[in-house]
Design a protein. Structure first.
Length: 368
């Protein structure tokens, strides 16, 4: 550099003046006269159009106070993170470190947050997650509708997430999110071989409709709540069916289902499940037992049919006896009945009749 020299700094520039490699001062836009008789001064021009000011001697420059009024300085500690907005737009997420953001050409706004809370909540979370370097500092997860997310930090349950997008700061402990389905579901408990009280082995198929009422209990009390439900249903079926005889079981399947429902609700509530309905879909009998029941049913139906026939015959005979008594007590009615019979006979044959005081049967002389 010459003994005396003029330095021109444009409006979008700033000058960093160093003396023997040590920062001396910041040069503002305009013309500046520099006196350097020994040629020990150097000048670096930087653009303030780029918001982030990066330099190998940034810490020295910041501590000199030269950036006051020209740049926004962020000195983030171990558990601090900064959100940076430039001209009303999310620019980046900054981690631990020293940053200088030029404010001459842009409107710069920052928000410092404590990352020890681990879970990061913000009204503009979706935009922040898509900003520069966000993926390096934030880990995101999405919980679908009808689900809940259990958050464990270093093995401890710290929160339960509702459906939506959630974010967590990296490097602040081991964070695990376990999604749990809260929707109503059905468990098919099929092929259960159970012996009744009268020593008949049946095969039962049951259906249990349930939902997770307490997600933390569902994953914390048992290893697999679906298998636990299946196991409890098996035990309840054996307890209910095993105390009933076959005829009582077949006659009252709804009663069995209600008893099963009551027994199962209490058991599964202890590990966070709510039973909505329990039903017996199928009762499958052994082949020989089917034949026996078919023969019993056939014999019962035959006996019922015979009983109905006898009742009808008895009713018919009783009706005829009543009619005979009426005719016996009323000769005129009997004579009218005889004439009705005679009329029917006359429709199909030639008839010669002699009438008198006696009955019709005594006076029939010729029937052709």
């Amino acid at each position: 550099m010459f003994l005396m020299s003029w330095i021109d700094i444009r409006e979008h520039e700033r000058g960093l003046l160093f003396h023997r490699g040590v920062f001396e001062r910041l040069l503002m836009p305009g013309r500046t006269l520099i006196f350097d008789p020994l040629g020990r001064k150097t000048l670096e021009k930087v653009s303030v159009r780029q918001v982030v000011f990066e330099h190998r001697d940034l810490e020295v420059i910041v501590r000199s106070g030269a950036l006051a009024g020209q740049a926004l300085v962020l000195d983030l500690k171990d558990h601090e993170r900064a959100l940076v907005w430039v001209d009303g737009r999310v620019e980046s997420v900054r981690g631990t470190g020293l940053y200088a953001l030029w404010t001459a050409f842009h409107e710069v706004r920052t928000e410092v947050v404590d990352s020890r809370t681990v879970r990061f909540e913000h009204p503009e979370l979706p935009l922040i997650l898509h900003s520069r370097s966000a993926h390096l500092l934030l880990e995101s997860t999405a919980i679908a509708a009808g689900w809940a997310g259990l958050v464990f930090q270093d093995g401890r349950h710290v929160a339960t997430l509702a459906p939506g997008v959630h974010a967590f700061w990296r490097g602040e402990g081991l964070v695990k999110v376990l999604p749990v389905d809260l929707r109503e579901r059905a468990a098919d408990v099929s092929g259960q071989e159970i012996m009744t009280a009268d020593k008949v082995t049946l095969r039962l198929n049951a259906l249990v409709t349930y939902r997770v009422a307490d997600p933390m209990k569902a994953v914390g009390e048992v290893d697999d709540f679906v298998q636990a439900l299946y196991r409890q249903t098996q035990l309840a079926l054996r307890a209910v069916v095993g105390t009933r005889e076959l005829d009582a079981l077949l006659a009252d399947k709804d009663g069995v289902a209600r008893q099963l429902d009551g027994a199962l609700r209490t058991e599964v509530a202890s590990f966070g499940l709510e039973v909505k309905a329990v039903g017996i879909r199928d009762i499958i009998l052994p082949g020989e037992m089917k034949d026996i029941l078919n023969r019993v049913t056939e014999a019962r139906k035959a006996a019922e049919a015979s009983l109905v026939t006898r009742r009808e015959e008895t009713a018919a005979v009783r009706s005829q006896a009543n009619t005979a008594r009426i005719f016996e007590s009323n000769p005129t009615l009997m004579r009218l009945r005889e004439l009705e019979v005679l009329e029917k006979v006359a429709e199909k044959a030639n008839l010669t009749v002699m009438l008198g005081d006696g009955g019709l049967a005594e006076r029939v002389v010729k029937l052709l």
